[in-house]
Design a binder for this molecule. Structure first.
Ligand SMILES: C[S@@+](CC[C@H](N)C(=O)[O-])C[C@H]1O[C@@H](n2cnc3c(N)ncnc32)[C@H](O)[C@@H]1O
Length: 401
């Protein structure tokens, strides 16, 4: 591989924003990709993947480069040099890369790879927490899996097409996909591609949604004609799936505290041809109380640490702080206690997170059940990335007597 100056400079600029300005990696990459209309798909892939890789391996590369948690431009260049050296890429004779100690980099890599928190590039506190919550053996495997690059998974929009037809349509655009056993609407891209530009996407034939996430709406066991509440709907990944499972029949009320996210949900619903979704912003407790004892099904896709989706958001490793985790756990319990009242007698509730920590998952459900004897646990799924090959997730199905 030959390194191109303008592409590498873009990566360095992007990393500077992420490491020093608190910018989100996905937003930065999105912006970088608009920089030069002449870039072809290989150039864009280089910029996106290199930026993500260096974010993912930030601590390891910084330690190898002796940059001491100082992310000056000069040190970001040194981290880039580590990335390139470890990939066996020949370094060009640019000033910024002069004097790169290639042999030392390889030696340091071997030495530092023996220490899990450095090898997996995570803060000390997170490594300690992982061991405490999951045990040494499971955590070691899990954090390793969460550092792998995620496959691109699509969810067929069954309101408009079938998985088989979608596969044929995509093949016409040279996008090869495969079915995934156990995930009825999922297609896996055999090779990464920018599918958002594709006409099949623009006409709502599919959404990009990880396979684990696709299990959540399915677990809720919705039927056409039901009254369903998606209580933490965000931009609607799961609402869209629920609408499809309800075959557009019945009522789906999508709630969130952020109006902007619900606006995006509506836009996506139009593209998907999902007509039974009504959005409501939670501006006060009244919005929830009005729905007490009314819903056949309630989904609580709770705000969480997001530790199960680190493959997709590697910068979250550095953005999450221990005090945030404590706060979010309180919010989860509060939401579960209050929003569960929307379920009517005989109705069902799913509590889900994209976290792998028992304290955000089964322990929250246990605490809830201890003070709500009108609910029983039917089943729960603890999805680990190391076992499933997909995002880490938790989902529990409860029933109200
Ligand atoms: C895990 S995300 C939801 C993702 C979404 N369900 C999807 O599938 O795309 C959690 C959502 O909870 C929302 N949220 C946070 N606090 C909330 C609260 N007190 N009540 C309702 N929603 C809340 C956040 O704005 C966020 O959109």
């Amino acid at each position: 591989m030959r390194l191109h100056r303008n592409l590498v400079f873009s990566v360095i600029d992007g990393l500077n924003l992420i490491f020093n300005e608190g910018a989100y990696a996905d937003k930065v990459v999105e912006k970088l990709l608009k920089r030069d209309a002449r870039w072809g798909s290989r150039d864009r892939k280089f910029v996106a993947e290199t930026t993500y890789e260096i974010v993912r391996w930030k601590r390891l590369y910084a330690e190898i480069a002796d940059s001491n948690e100082n992310y000056s431009r000069e040190n970001i260049w040194r981290m880039f040099a580590v990335w390139a050296t470890l990939r066996g890429i020949e370094l060009p004779d640019w000033n910024q890369l002069a004097g790169t100690p290639t042999r030392r980099i390889k030696g340091r890599f071997d030495e530092l790879s023996k220490i899990r928190k450095i090898k997996e590039s995570i803060p000390d506190w997170l490594d300690e927490l992982g061991v405490q919550e999951l045990g040494e053996a499971v955590w070691t495997k899990e954090i390793h899996a969460l550092n792998e690059q995620a496959d691109v998974i699509l969810r067929t929009n069954t309101l408009k097409t079938t998985k088989e037809k979608l596969q044929t349509v995509l093949a016409k655009f040279d996008i090869e996909t495969e079915f995934i056993e156990g995930y009825p609407d999922a297609l896996r891209l055999k090779e990464r591609a920018n599918i958002f530009k594709n006409d099949a996407f623009k006409s709502g034939l599919f959404e990009v949604q990880d396979a684990s996430s696709q299990l959540v709406a399915e677990l809720l066991d919705v039927q056409p004609g039901m009254k369903v509440v998606d209580a933490c709907a965000g931009a609607g990944g799961k609402s869209l799936h629920l609408a499809a499972l309800m075959e557009n029949k019945g009522q789906l009320i999508s709630l969130d505290i952020y109006e902007g996210k619900l606006r995006e949900l509506k836009r996506r619903a139009r593209r998907n041809g999902a007509h039974n979704i009504e959005t409501r912003v939670i501006t006060s407790t009244k919005v929830i109380k009005k729905l007490y004892d009314k819903a056949d099904r309630v989904l609580i896709d709770a705000p969480c640490s997001g530790l199960g989706v680190l493959r997709r958001n590697p910068d979250a490793k550095w953005k999450i702080q221990p005090d945030f985790l404590e706060k979010i756990k309180n919010t989860q319990q509060d939401i579960l206690q209050r929003y569960s009242r929307m379920v009517k007698s005989g109705g069902k509730l799913v509590y889900a997170t994209c976290s792998i920590l028992p304290s955000e998952n089964q322990q929250q459900v246990e605490t809830f059940l201890a003070s709500n004897d009108d609910f029983t646990l039917i089943e729960d799924k603890k999805v680990l990335a190391s076992e499933s090959g997909f995002d880490g997730f938790y989902m529990a199905l409860l029933e109200r007597k």
